[in-house]
Design a protein around this ligand. Structure first.
Ligand SMILES: Cc1ncc(COP(=O)(O)O)c(C=O)c1O
Length: 425
């Protein structure tokens, strides 16, 4: 099987002739992935932020099975179904009351495409045809489709691979004020200047609130988000918040925008929405934005085949029920405390630049880029699954992880980085 995989199957951001073998996962349960040889390793990645309740969750299995026997899919054009309606009700209830409309799509990237379309159509429908740009941030990441790529970090993102093809947007420096740092207006100067000078061309600002994920794993001050909101209002520009990674409790709040006590005009959700079972995302927006889009007889122009897939919606309902009825806040806070204590020990290693922690997210930034081909087998040998990139070793474990399992994650990370440091010396 692995030979066939290596020869024919493409994996994320990977060569078609990879030098290393893929690990084959046979099954997964709780926080453990079971490999081909029967070895069980702790998943520190929650399958890229999504598996918040762990794997093979009885409640989610049951919801999927029940829905499967009723109807696994039905088109959403001209038809609707109970699972989508229930899910929409819950999402609108747990987000700000100003968000009244919801568009379901099949992945985070597509939910960003929908958000961008909403913003552009909002202005177009009202006759403001000059608003053709999005203001985005360095070190941001919003997905791999074309619109999403065009608002990802212009250096570490994929702009160079698609030079001349991607829509050209306007970029500002990444937020530099740390989470608990006292606020200083100097941190927002670059944003303020670019917004002031270009607002007539800008349809919306797009931002990952409080935590920039795959573009650099940076945690920053909620005050920055607050000031962005105020300036968007001042210059009449929409604000899109991408909470695809941060949503559903990961940062210690149900949604990271709550730290800033603000509300976006458009909100993107995905990843943990189905507890990592199925691909589903949502773009939420306000009455004001919908009314704007629909001025002069227009309608929002999007409609994927698998929109609001009933199976995915049913599992999302079960996942949200499980999350909202759990003591998720206490769990995240206890994970945060343990990460602060144990992961911070990495700071004693000279190869480590900084350790950052927020909620159930722990990041070790090194002074040098990691060697993925060397590190991955080391992590697996010591019983954990971590997937570093650039100079970042980071974890965002399932919320159900216990103290011993988390301790295993942090201590193996320490050991492997220490070994890496010795190898580099
Ligand atoms: C903040 C953010 N936005 C968008 C995406 C894209 O989501 P997807 O991979 O489901 O298309 C991701 C994925 O990592 C993300 O972290």
């Amino acid at each position: 099987m692995k030979d066939f995989d290596k020869k024919h199957i493409l994996h994320p951001y990977a060569s078609s002739t990879p030098s290393a073998d893929m690990e084959l996962v046979k099954s997964a349960n709780g926080v453990y992935l079971e490999l081909e040889n029967g070895e069980k390793i702790i998943d520190g990645m929650s399958s890229w932020w999504s598996v918040i309740h762990g794997y093979n969750v009885p409640e989610l299995n049951e919801a999927a099975t029940k829905q499967l026997c009723k109807m696994s899919h039905v088109m959403f054009g001209g038809l609707t179904h109970e699972s989508a309606i229930k899910l929409a009700k819950t999402l609108l209830k747990i987000t700000d009351e100003s968000l009244e409309h919801i568009f379901f799509s099949d992945s985070g990237s597509v939910s960003v495409e929908v958000a961008l379309k909403m913003a552009f159509q909002y202005w177009n429908s009202q006759g403001s045809r000059k608003k053709t740009k999005i203001l985005a941030f360095s070190k941001g990441y919003h997905g791999d489709t074309f619109g999403a790529m065009s608002v990802c970090d212009p250096v570490t993102g994929m702009h160079s691979a698609f030079e001349g093809i991607l829509h050209k947007n306007i970029f500002v420096n990444e937020p530099k004020c740390n989470f608990n740092e006292p606020w200083d207006e100097k941190y927002i100067e670059d944003f303020k200047t670019k917004l002031r000078d270009n607002h007539k061309k800008i349809a919306a600002v797009i931002l990952e609130p409080v935590v920039q994920g795959a573009g650099g794993m940076r945690i920053y001050s909620p005050m920055f988000v607050k000031r962005v909101r105020e300036l968007c209002d001042e210059y009449d520009v929409l604000l899109i918040l991408d909470e695809i990674a941060t949503g559903f409790g990961r940062t210690g709040k149900l949604f990271a925008y709550e730290y800033a006590d603000i509300v976006p005009d458009i909100l993107c959700l995905g990843k943990a929405l189905t507890g990592g079972y199925l691909s589903l995302a949502a773009t939420l927006t306000s009455k004001k934005v919908m009314n704007g889009i629909e001025s002069n007889g227009h309608i929002l122009m999007h409609g994927p085949t698998f929109m609001a897939n009933p199976l995915a919606c049913a599992v999302a309902n079960a996942s949200l029920e499980l999350l909202l009825n759990s003591s998720w806040k206490e769990r995240i806070s206890s994970i945060e405390k343990q990460l602060n204590k144990e992961l911070r020990e990495c700071e004693e290693l000279s190869i480590v630049k900084e350790v950052r922690v927020l909620g159930a997210i722990g990041i070790v930034e090194l002074n040098v880029d990691v060697d993925l081909a060397w590190m991955t087998p080391e992590f697996i040998k010591q019983g954990i699954w971590v997937r570093p990139f650039l100079n970042l070793v980071y974890i965002m474990p399932p919320y159900i992880i216990n103290k011993d399992e988390l301790n295993k994650l942090t201590s193996v990370i320490f050991n492997v980085i220490k070994k890496f440091q010795a190898k580099k010396a």
